[in-house]
Design a protein around this ligand. Structure first.
Ligand SMILES: Cc1cc2nc3c(=O)[nH]c(=O)nc-3n(C[C@H](O)[C@H](O)[C@H](O)COP(=O)(O)OP(=O)(O)OC[C@H]3O[C@@H](n4cnc5c(N)ncnc54)[C@H](O)[C@@H]3O)c2cc1C
Length: 526
């Protein structure tokens, strides 16, 4: 007889724990397949520590196959669901071949993605904190800023490089800022040309306190700790836009910086948006039994789902998007899937978190556990013990424990591993007065003005300065790239301006391969 097949999309807290519990409950009676676009489980609360170099990126994650014996794991990106045919549609392998996979019951646990579309410039000029590659990128970016600040001759470049901004004062914002502050404090002695007072760390928080999920006293303690470590906290302030060189706020302040980390602005992924399901508050509406409303044989849990905690239409309450809740939902869902196959009634999801805690870096933390409020070193110790206990897989626990031990005794490494995943071709935004390019720089690539106006000042060999205006459609950079020489002009934005930068290597390859482009550019240069 054919076994019932449960397909789980997503290998995070919701998906991985559902698969594990389901296999534990029914062994080989069910066929379980977990599809994830990455082949490892990320314990997201540890990401700020990866960003700060406390933990090695690879040591903070666990391969799904090691955690899920008896479950078929498929590395693929699900792009759509055919509800009528009961199939998921996915892209698989290097060539991204389209495949269809049958299911009897589908579980959607794909989490949420950073959605920064409301804030112009943030998608191109800020760093997010969602997955391992984000944490890895932030760590390298901070080291790159320190290296640059140590050697630059320009005061404005140094100031921008040494200004670190975190947007959002919730758990991930506070933990990221705390860890960054500790990292910078510890690596500073390795940069003799940077003084501690030149470093500026700013947290921008829309509400009137940080960590609003915690009691007021712990929020105040957190604020004090951040301030003690030199972090400026801008309360009651919203982010508005960002450029290549600055962040702008809703009270018309601007802060020149190269580093903006955003921990706010979550939204549904393109896959969740593509589902033939009407989303509520950007999430998949489910019943208390975790079944997607109006759709048979499909469940959803974790951050992707809107899960009611009561039946009260007047004051509805929904499960918060936290790991603790996702794991509890996974347990209920696994039991319900088994009950369903056995024709037994389904359980309603109910859960009360036993505690809530955050690490502030520098051996400080805040926690509320079983109603008791703890702060400082004891809270930080509780945080570490609790998290090592929650990590799935003994090997990962040992690796994380050893990383913590080494970090206590050894200096933080400042090995800089160049970014590889930032697109070479990307948009850049500049505000009025910001300098896009100076003379004698290695050209970053070929620029196209998408909108706005710029002033180009060319320094001729006889000392004359020729000034001209560049508008939408104007381009520059091809000649400097072709002749392998440094830039000889200064370019400044005259108004808010958007540029497309085609990275130098990509541009040279295109030019060398595609004859008509080469001819056009050569003709324009004459
Ligand atoms: C920096 C940070 C710190 C946090 N700290 C805490 C904390 O201290 N305590 C706490 O309780 N919570 C914390 N959280 C929140 C917690 O991590 C989330 O609530 C939890 O991860 C949600 O689990 P999930 O399974 O819904 O989604 P995720 O864990 O995000 O997993 C989603 C999975 O789906 C996969 N996926 C997505 N789309 C597709 C697709 N189309 N096809 C295939 N696979 C796909 C992803 O690769 C991923 O594996 C933190 C979150 C962050 C970002």
């Amino acid at each position: 007889m054919r076994k019932t097949k449960v397909v789980i999309v997503g290998g995070g807290f919701g998906g991985m724990f559902t698969a594990r519990k389901l296999h534990k409950l029914c062994g080989e009676d069910l066929e379980i397949e977990l599809i994830s676009k990455i082949n490892y489980f990320v314990f997201q609360p540890l990401l700020p520590e990866v960003a700060a170099g406390t933990l090695n990126a690879q040591d903070a994650v666990t391969p799904l196959r090691n955690l899920l014996s008896g479950v078929h794991v498929r590395l693929a990106e699900v792009t759509a669901v055919d509800l009528e045919a009961k199939q998921v549609i996915l892209l698989q392998g290097q060539k991204k071949l389209l495949q269809r996979v049958d299911y009897d019951h589908l579980v959607i646990t794909t989490g949420q993605i950073a959605n920064l579309s409301l804030f112009p410039g943030f998608e191109d000029h800020s760093l997010t904190m969602k997955d391992l590659s984000d944490a890895h990128r932030l760590r390298n970016h901070v080291i790159e800023c320190m290296e640059m600040a140590d050697v630059t001759r320009f005061a404005d470049i140094k100031q921008r490089a040494l200004t670190f901004v975190v947007a959002g004062g919730g758990f991930s914002g506070v933990e990221t800022m705390g860890e960054l502050a500790e990292m910078i404090e510890r690596i500073l002695p390795q940069y003799p040309n940077i003084q501690a007072h030149e470093i500026r760390m700013v947290m921008i928080q829309l509400g009137n306190r940080v960590l609003p999920e915690l009691p007021e006293r712990l929020s105040e303690y957190t604020l004090e700790q951040l301030q003690k470590r030199g972090v400026e906290v801008w309360l009651n302030t919203g982010i508005q836009s960002a450029t290549q060189q600055a962040v702008y706020t809703n009270d018309e302040r601007s802060l020149p910086t190269r580093t903006i980390v955003t921990t706010i602005g979550n939204g549904p992924s393109p896959f969740v948006q593509s589902l033939p399901i009407k989303l509520e508050r950007g999430r998949i509406p489910v019943s208390q039994q975790l079944q997607v409303i109006g759709v048979e044989n499909v469940s959803s849990i974790g951050d992707a789902a809107l899960i009611p905690l009561n039946n009260n239409a007047d004051s509805p309450a929904f499960a918060p998007p936290t790991a603790q809740f996702a794991v509890a939902q996974a347990n209920t869902l696994a039991e319900n899937l088994v009950n369903d196959t056995r024709g037994q009634p389904l359980k309603a999801f109910q859960f009360e978190a036993s505690g809530i805690m955050a690490s502030l870096g520098g051996y400080r933390g805040v926690a509320e556990i079983f109603g008791r409020r703890v702060s400082g070193l004891p809270a930080w110790v509780v945080w570490r013990i609790a998290y090592i206990g929650m990590l799935p897989g003994i090997a990962t626990r040992i690796r994380v424990g050893l990383n913590w031990l080494f970090d206590y005794f050894l200096p933080r490494t400042i090995v800089y591993m160049a970014e590889s995943d930032r697109p070479a071709t990307r948009y850049l935004d500049y505000s009025k007065g910001e300098v896009v390019q100076r003379a004698n720089e290695v050209p970053a690539g070929f620029y196209v003005v998408v909108r706005g106006r710029l002033k180009q000042e060319l320094h001729e060999p006889d000392g004359e300065i020729i000034s001209r205006e560049l508008q939408a459609g104007a381009t520059w950079g091809s000649r400097a790239l072709k002749e392998s020489r440094l830039t000889h002009g200064k370019i400044t934005a005259l108004e808010d301006t958007k540029l497309l930068l085609v990275g130098s290597e990509d541009f040279q390859r295109l030019r060398n391969t595609y004859g008509p482009l080469n001819e056009l550019l050569t003709a324009r240069q004459k």
